[in-house]
Design a binder for this molecule. Structure first.
Ligand SMILES: Cc1cc2nc3c(=O)[nH]c(=O)nc-3n(C[C@H](O)[C@H](O)[C@H](O)COP(=O)(O)OP(=O)(O)OC[C@H]3O[C@@H](n4cnc5c(N)ncnc54)[C@H](O)[C@@H]3O)c2cc1C
Length: 476
């Protein structure tokens, strides 16, 4: 018996959607003409276009340009209401969604709460190495990145200045690659003229990956190309390198150590903890194994979609990847099943079939790699493809227009328009740990300012053994 069977004969079935990300929002939109009442609950008031988050983290775009108020996006959809609330648990037996401040009953439930940063059980690392999942995450990374240059400009001790100008990005998946490439471009092209005492082109950006290549979801040739492009931008790519510790003064790699407070995490995500309340055995990264129609075993009225769901791609046998097109397709599929049943059509549910639209990752200005079907793209063609797709899928004409203008401006000028430090005294999390008394002080009148060549003596990595045991692979 499905959820529809439980509804009253007079009122349309109530569909609750948890999450207004790609899966939840596309599910809601697909239900706009269905004879159902929809309630979408999200703990933020905005739909976030996560693929462009790194552009906020690296000061190319502002948050409002990649996010849209969910209430506004669904304003014209008469059968839908939006609630700003945090879901704390799902009570399957009572068909109830527990909110922090109330509860909601449902006939059908679509769970689309996405994923969160995952530190492979080392949760204390999050204080020192913020990941990139939300707007606050992106703003924190932007703040830490920009503050490091400010501290370096005022630092008188050459060793400490070198540490301030050392940036470590952990994880060679698309997020790590995009962050590292953008950071290198900023340091080398966008800001050198803005500082008087430091040479920002000497900033050291290190990308650390546990596997033997970056972008493991791409063919080896494209991984190699991406690595070359990154190195051309000035990024040091360390493969086969396992991070064993992160603290307020650096990163430990087995017996080696990089002294820096500027560490960023792009190495792992896991499904929303809400998955645990569904009472089924989860995968190692917390996803819910779903039935072919995306429902939860034993609960045909509950669907799990997007990054929270684990289902095999019928064509390849591999897991459907945690990417935006998969989330949108799953959201639409669950909605179609519900709409059919709400209309009284009782034929058997159709299985979800993933349509792989390809995979693209940018490396820097006009550089990207892509795999569409069997066609490999690289260089500027891949970059233009990336740009086009991201513009097309951005929610809202205003955002599209503004983002296009910002990119065009940045293209011609190398400028980063959103280089704001909005909370300069921020000393949250691990940002201040490890700072010695008296460091980052203004040079006194009697002290000569350090010269640019003094700063340019790069910190060489301590010896790195090439044969580190592999760590969990990056999929950020
Ligand atoms: C930095 C980054 C870059 C990416 N780049 C790409 C890319 O280039 N291409 C690509 O295809 N994919 C990319 N992805 C992956 C893509 O963004 C995800 O696969 C997609 O967002 C998954 O959609 P979703 O709806 O499952 O989850 P999300 O989009 O994460 O949405 C989940 C929603 O649920 C809400 N929520 C969570 N918990 C609760 C709760 N307890 N109560 C209420 N609401 C809750 C959240 O606020 C959020 O709005 C990237 C992801 C990141 C983080």
């Amino acid at each position: 018996m499905t959820g529809a069977a439980a509804q009253s004969v007079h009122s349309p079935p109530h569909v609750v959607i948890v999450g207004g990300g790609f899966a939840g929002l596309y599910a809601a939109r697909a239900l706009r003409r269905a004879p159902v009442r929809v309630t979408l609950v999200d703990r933020t008031n905005h739909h976030l276009f996560q693929p462009l988050l790194y552009q906020v983290a690296t000061a190319a775009l502002s948050p409002a340009e990649i996010a849209a108020p969910i209430r506004h996006v669904l304003a014209r959809q008469r059968n839908t209401e939006v609630i700003l609330a945090e879901v704390t648990a799902i009570k399957l037996a009572r068909r109830m969604v527990q909110l922090r401040d109330g509860e909601l009953s449902y006939d059908y439930l679509i769970v689309a709460a996405g994923a969160e940063n995952w530190y492979f059980g080392k949760d204390d690392w999050s204080r020192f190495a913020p990941g990139l999942k939300t707007i606050p995450d992106a703003l924190e990374i932007r703040e830490r990145f920009l503050l490091a240059f400010e501290r370096a400009e005022r630092e008188t001790d050459p060793q400490r200045r070198r540490e301030e100008l050392t940036f470590v990005v952990i994880g060679g998946g698309p997020t790590g690659v995009e962050l590292a490439g953008a950071m290198a471009e900023i340091a080398r092209r966008a800001i050198p003229r803005d500082f008087r005492r430091i040479d920002t082109t000497t900033a050291r950006i290190i990308l650390i990956e546990a596997a033997d290549r970056i972008l493991p979801a791409f063919p080896p040739e494209l991984s190699r190309k991406a690595r070359e492009d990154l190195e051309h931008l000035g990024v040091d790519v360390w493969l086969n390198t396992r991070v064993t510790g992160i603290d307020g003064s650096g990163v430990t790699l087995g017996g080696d150590r990089i002294a820096t407070r500027n560490v960023f995490w792009g190495a792992g995500v896991r499904a929303s903890p809400l998955a645990a309340s569904l009472g089924v055995e989860l995968t190692r990264d917390g996803r819910v194994p779903v039935q072919p129609d995306l429902s939860v075993t034993g609960h045909p009225e509950v669907f799990v979609v997007g990054d929270m769901a684990r289902i095999a791609d019928k064509k390849t046998g591999k897991d459907v990847p945690g990417v935006a097109p998969a989330a949108m397709q799953m959201g639409r599929h669950a909605a179609a099943v519900i709409a059919r049943e709400a209309k009284g059509l009782t034929r058997a549910r159709t299985p979800f079939i993933y349509k792989d639209k390809g995979n693209l990752a940018t490396i820097g200005r006009a550089k990207a790699v892509g795999l569409i079907g069997r066609v490999q793209l690289r260089g500027s063609i891949a970059w233009w493809g990336w740009l086009l797709i991201h513009i097309v899928y951005l929610i809202g004409y205003r955002s599209r227009a503004i983002v296009l203008i910002q990119w065009a401006w940045a293209w011609f000028t190398f400028e980063r328009g959103a280089r704001l430090i909005t909370n300069p005294l921020m000393r949250s999390k691990g940002a201040d740990a490890g700072q010695s008394p008296g460091s980052a002080a203004s040079p006194t009148a009697s002290e000569p300012p350090p010269t640019k060549s003094e700063v340019s003596a790069r910190t060489e990595p301590q010896s790195r053994s090439p044969d580190r045991s592999p760590a969990p692979s990056s999929h950020g």
